[in-house]
Design a binder for this molecule. Structure first.
Ligand SMILES: [Zn+2]
Ligand SMILES: [Zn+2]
Length: 563
């Protein structure tokens, strides 16, 4: 992995009483957040999430943090602390627990309920669970944890303060400072301030929106916009949002009730998560509001709202299937209104635009954050981050949760509030940061790459096989089969050339056949009879020809058969 410290080697032994921070994911990318803390020979993990694949990861379902740096030390893990229930923080928990199922999992009520359904899917039983609340303090080995309420795009999110002999660490998790949040649960700035008074030695801070000036708009500002959309829609309304955005679903549900519409959930994760949220009281569902998607035919189009998954254009999601008129129950019609009440995660642009165009083709009105205020971010903008630094007054800062540009912008904010530049550590995944005698410094790196989940396999797909898939997808492949006489070395059959994704007509290969024969004859004269060498010769000959005459670089698979 690339990072700004190519010179770094493995970290030295951790001095007694010091604290080590090993980020295994989330620093240098938005996703698969996972940070390991080490103290007195014991480990604490904060978050364990997934990263969603992009176009450059063909066939990959999920990307996990690399557990390799701690694989031999899983016995030393005291607990996994989960700051909130987003996939980029909890999605990889089952994969870690597969390796040691009795690691205690610590998090808020909603977070653990969302984890629970994952554990069931992975058939993980008897995992020790510790439900915690804000302002609660619990001890795991040498780690004294205190939880702090934070406001984010999912309810029940927590920051965590970690006290050890090395000092006090405060990890914000994902947060913003909406001053009028829908559930009235504020980011607990009084706790931030109290911890600041005590002295925060290392502050790990969400960098996602550090480049955004000012303050993140309140969730509440979406309500009148939804109200206007509902007032003017004459037919069915479909709202797509993240299946974890319980407050957004609540807003849509409230608007539906106000405008006399029934609500149906569409998509497996939406049904599951809203079931959990409703049961635990995080979502208020008025009586006689919910209907099953299979009962929709009993209602006129202007009597229903569908709340759907698929806001990121995921190809198998409900919304993609609706856009392709491929959904078993829902048929998009002219005059329907579709609201994409979500952010557009970088890398998903093409997929989302495909869905929007698909919906428009059938005559739907598509409303999205580009043309109406139907989404606000869940992360603190620069103004809020400045507040956080001024309230906490940390001695050392480690920006987390962001691409490198976000983390650099966050670092600049810390410096602007008076944190010494040399105490603001910009690190990436695998870069080890030690807190020794109150000073945080980069001391080394551990090797950590990407772990790909493809169907039921974990880690079998490598960078090399992904590169092969990209070549196959973009350039196609050519196979060349040649039969040679094992005694004389002469070509007795072929070259037979087959191609896929290259040219429809095999006659395009007529000019290269004599080149292959010529190369093999010359090799025969020079006494080359090793099959591997002959195959390489064919690969080079065909590769050069295809590059010169077609400007292409397909995968070339030479096969030499001896008889
Ligand atoms: Zn989050
Ligand atoms: Zn996150």
């Amino acid at each position: 992995m690339s990072h700004p410290h190519p010179e770094l080697g493995p970290p030295p032994a951790l001095p007694p009483g010091a604290l080590r921070v090993i980020p295994l994911g989330g620093l240098g990318e938005i996703g698969r957040n996972m940070t390991v803390f080490e103290h007195e020979g014991r480990l604490l993990i904060v978050d364990c999430g997934v990263l969603f694949p992009e176009d450059r990861h063909p066939g990959v379902d999920l990307i996990l943090p690399d557990f390799e740096p701690i694989r031999d030390r899983l016995d030393e893990v005291e607990a996994i602390v989960l700051t909130h229930g987003h996939e980029d923080h909890i999605g990889a928990v089952p994969y870690l627990l597969r390796e040691r199922p009795d690691i205690p999992v610590v998090g808020s009520q909603l977070t653990l309920a969302l984890v629970e359904s994952k554990l069931r899917e992975h058939r993980l039983k008897d995992v020790p669970r510790h439900v915690v609340r804000e302002r609660q303090r619990v001890q795991f080995g040498p780690f004294d944890l205190e939880f702090v309420a934070v406001n984010h795009s999912i309810p029940d999110a927590l920051a965590v303060a970690i006290r050890t002999a090395a000092g006090l660490v405060l990890h914000t998790g994902d947060f913003k400072m909406d001053q009028l949040p829908l559930d009235r649960r504020l980011t607990d700035l009084r706790a931030f301030s109290r911890l600041g008074e005590e002295g925060v030695d290392l502050f790990l801070v969400d960098s996602t929106n550090a480049e955004m000036p000012g303050f993140t708009i309140s969730e509440r500002d979406i309500t009148p916009v939804l109200d206007r959309i509902f007032a003017s829609a004459e037919r069915r309304i479909i709202v797509a949002c993240f299946a974890s955005h319980i407050h957004r679903v609540q807003q849509v549900m409230d608007a539906a009730v106000d405008h006399g519409r029934k609500v149906a959930y569409v998509g497996r994760s939406m049904v599951r998560n809203m079931g959990v949220a409703g049961e635990l009281g995080f979502l208020r569902v008025p009586p006689n509001t919910l209907v099953d998607v299979r009962e929709l035919d009993n209602y006129a189009p202007h009597e229903v709202v569908l709340i759907s998954t698929g806001s990121q254009g995921e190809p198998l999601s409900a919304l993609s299937r609706i856009a392709g008129r491929d959904h078993p129950q829902i048929r998009i019609e002219t005059g329907d209104t579709v609201v994409l009440a979500s952010s557009l995660i970088p890398g998903n642009e093409n997929a989302v635009f495909r869905v929007m165009n698909g919906l428009s083709r059938w005559g739907a009105d598509v409303i999205h954050k580009g043309n109406a205020l139907v989404h606000v971010s869940g992360h603190a903008s620069a103004g809020e981050l400045l507040y956080a630094y001024n309230i906490v007054k940390p001695r050392n800062v480690l920006p987390v949760h962001g691409e490198i540009r976000h983390m650099r912008a966050n670092a600049d904010l810390a410096v602007a509030t008076g944190v010494r530049r040399d105490r603001v550590v910009v690190a990436e995944d695998g870069v080890v940061v030690d807190l020794v005698d109150g000073v945080a410094r980069i001391t080394g790196k551990v090797e950590c790459g990407y772990v790909y989940v493809d169907g039921s396999t974990v880690g079998d797909i490598t960078e090399v096989s992904l590169k092969d898939r990209r070549i196959l997808g973009e350039e196609g492949f050519i196979s060349v089969i040649v039969v040679v006489d094992s005694v004389t070395g002469k070509v007795t059959g072929g070259p037979e050339i087959k191609a896929r994704g290259f040219a429809e007509d095999d006659s395009v290969f007529d000019p290269v056949r004599p080149l292959i024969e010529e190369a093999l004859t010359r090799a025969g004269r020079e006494g080359v009879d090793d099959i591997y060498q002959l195959q390489q010769l064919i690969r080079r000959t065909v590769g050069r020809w295809v590059s010169d005459s077609h400007r292409r670089r397909p995968m070339i698979i030479p096969v030499v058969v001896e008889i």
